[in-house]
Design a protein around this ligand. Structure first.
Ligand SMILES: C[S@@+](CC[C@H](N)C(=O)[O-])C[C@H]1O[C@@H](n2cnc3c(N)ncnc32)[C@H](O)[C@@H]1O
Length: 280
């Protein structure tokens, strides 16, 4: 049985990076009327109560989304924060997971396919999004189920792969899944989140991803603190296949702002590089 529960980490610096990038990509894709498919292989519970014992125990949201509150933000970060705090009366009580953020942004003609393995998370997800006519929730292994959903009927889609990396095999499976995804749907937009950890498979992943047969890719990393001697997460990265062409310029403008808000010590830094781009 999986033990990872995203409720302990909702709204932390890693969620901010991932969900900000997700928002930017979805915003770009819905400029065209044609229906868009959003496929979330590791959907989680859909929304998280930041006052619940889980979130309160770690206090991670205060060092993540909490640091964006009350700040003057550039357009992309402001749009992400607006989606998170959709109900001003509730303020930051509930942090939306990736499925709920996507549901808030997408249109009636779009579709969401949400895959999740953990029974408790599935029950919550069904409660929150199960009655939305655009949504189908699939119970099972997201890596395996994705294959059967590609290519999407409209041939326009964004896939988010956001495993917990609880199992070492996840580092291999994300690569295999992306490779199979590209074989079936080469023009899709894919976002893969990964942690920055002092672990060999994790350190290797970023370079291994660059060998995938993707025509265009962009990689973003946000390190928020000095890497610890042990195993703690000191930042995270997102590998984006077929990124919107406007994304790089927007990230170059906004990443310095995000870094200044989320930095926990002087070694904090961001990196941005890609298939046809030089490093930062
Ligand atoms: C990092 S959380 C997802 C968070 C969510 N994407 C978000 O941004 O709000 C990872 C989720 O993957 C689920 N999970 C782990 N292994 C899985 C698998 N093989 N297939 C589907 N879900 C899995 C876990 O139960 C957990 O809810």
């Amino acid at each position: 049985m999986l033990s990872y529960r995203h409720g302990f980490h909702a709204g932390n610096h890693a969620d901010v990076l991932k969900h900000w990038l997700l928002t930017l990509c979805l915003q770009y894709l819905i400029r065209k009327d044609k229906p868009l498919y959003y496929l979330d292989t590791h959907a989680g519970a859909g929304s998280y109560d930041l006052r619940a014992a889980t979130a309160a125990r770690t206090g991670e949201a205060a060092l993540g989304i909490g640091r964006l509150q009350g700040q003057d933000l550039p357009a992309g970060l402001a749009a992400y924060r607006e989606l998170v705090v959709a109900d001003a009366a509730q303020g930051l009580r509930y942090y939306p997971g990736s499925p709920q953020l996507a549901a808030r942004l997408l249109r009636p003609q779009d579709r969401l396919r949400l895959l999740e393995l953990h029974p408790t998370e599935l029950t919550q997800l069904r409660k929150r999004l199960g009655s939305d006519p655009r949504v189908k929730i699939l119970d099972g292994d997201g890596f395996t189920l994705l294959k059967g959903l590609l290519p999407p009927p409209s041939r326009r889609g964004l896939v988010l792969l956001d495993p917990s990396y609880e199992l070492k095999d996840d580092y291999r499976r994300v690569q295999d899944t992306l490779r199979q995804g590209l074989e079936r749907f080469a023009t899709g937009v894919y976002l893969l989140w990964y942690p920055l950890l002092n672990l060999a498979p994790c350190r290797r992943l970023s370079q291994q991803l660059e060998k995938l047969p993707a025509a265009q890719w962009l990689q973003v990393q946000l390190q928020v603190q000095q890497p610890p001697a042990g195993h703690g997460m000191y930042g995270s990265g997102v590998f984006i296949i077929n990124p919107p062409w406007t994304l790089r310029a927007q990230l170059e403008q906004e990443l310095p702002v995000l870094l200044s808000l989320l930095a926990q010590d002087d070694s904090a830094q961001w990196r941005l590089w890609g298939s046809e781009l030089g490093s930062k």
